[in-house]
Design a protein around this ligand. Structure first.
Ligand SMILES: NC(=O)c1ccc[n+]([C@@H]2O[C@H](COP(=O)([O-])OP(=O)(O)OC[C@H]3O[C@@H](n4cnc5c(N)ncnc54)[C@H](O)[C@@H]3O)[C@@H](O)[C@H]2O)c1
Length: 262
């Protein structure tokens, strides 16, 4: 008989680990930061928001009994990210987990889109993920261990009906493939890289003016007949952050209510 040495619930335990979450001031990043803390991790929370979102996240994590630090920074700055990882390690300890959820969305027909609109989204959604992973991996590779999770989107796989967002869709396809590429560069050095591709999820991103009237359409198009709640991104993130996924790297985990099946 095969040896049974594993306590299954312990595979999801993050006690004593340090996590770094970008986009932690709102929506998916904020909820995942709290979820990782509820599993035992201490969290560095990074966002460019200045409206109190980060303070809310830190308060929620401390309320859950874990340590949290708040870092106001922009993911388009390599120096800011390097400094943020250094601060995380000096304040909380060796970096073990990162979740890169900072991102933006907007829309415009492709033939009319100004170069500036295209470039500013790409700078955050693509270059921001690259620079975040680079800064985080430089720490994790030194420790010989780590799990990086990038928040991509089902828009990296399908084209959203009725949304003119060529730059967003391309950025998310890029995040999925960038994650696989980095996973293979670091596969023999203990650092795993995976992505989560959410379907339509109820967050402030979906309250931007051009999308409010489309919420019903999102629900109808989704096989489960509804949008996801941010809570439904937490389990997949805990799985990929924890030892429960120790043989997973280069995976894109679709969390889309069945959307990509149709
Ligand atoms: N909401 C959805 O339906 C959905 C679906 C698929 C993928 N996603 C992705 O999930 C991620 C989180 O989105 P959300 O819905 O929670 O949106 P959100 O707007 O609620 O949160 C995004 C956060 O990222 C931060 N951010 C943006 N640009 C930044 C920058 N340059 N530097 C630092 N922080 C920055 C924002 O301040 C904000 O707090 C995004 O990458 C998004 O593309 C969202």
């Amino acid at each position: 008989m095969t040896e049974i040495a594993l306590n299954a619930p312990e595979m999801f335990d993050l006690s004593g680990r340090v996590a770094f979450v970008t986009g932690a001031g709102s929506g998916i990043g904020q909820r995942i930061a709290l979820g990782l803390a509820q599993c035992g991790a201490d969290i560095a929370c990074l966002d460019r928001r200045t409206d109190g979102g980060l303070n809310d996240t830190v308060g929620l994590i401390e309320g859950a009994g874990r340590k949290a630090i708040s870092i106001a920074a922009d993911v388009t700055s390599k120096t800011a990210l390097t400094d943020a990882v250094a601060k995380t390690e000096s304040d909380l300890g060796p970096l073990a987990i990162s979740v890169n959820a900072a991102g933006i969305a907007n829309a415009n027909p492709a033939e009319e889109m100004e170069e500036e609109q295209y470039q500013s989204l790409m700078d955050i959604n693509m270059k921001g993920i690259f620079l975040s992973c680079q800064a985080q991996a430089n720490a994790m590779l030194r420790h010989g261990k780590g799990s990086i999770i990038n928040i991509a989107s089902m828009s990296g796989i399908i084209v959203n009906k009725g949304l003119d967002q060529v730059h967003y869709n391309a950025s998310k396809a890029g995040v999925i493939h960038m994650s696989k590429s980095m996973a293979m560069e670091w596969v023999s050095r203990g650092v795993r890289v995976n992505s989560i591709s959410p379907g339509y999820t109820a967050t402030p991103m979906n309250t931007r003016p051009e999308m409010i009237h489309q919420t019903k359409e999102f629900e109808t198009q989704t096989p489960m007949g509804r949008m996801a709640s941010v809570n439904e991104m937490v389990g997949p993130a805990i799985f990929l952050a924890s030892d429960a996924s120790s043989f997973c790297t280069g995976v894109d985990l679709l969390v889309d209510g069945g959307f990509c099946c149709w």
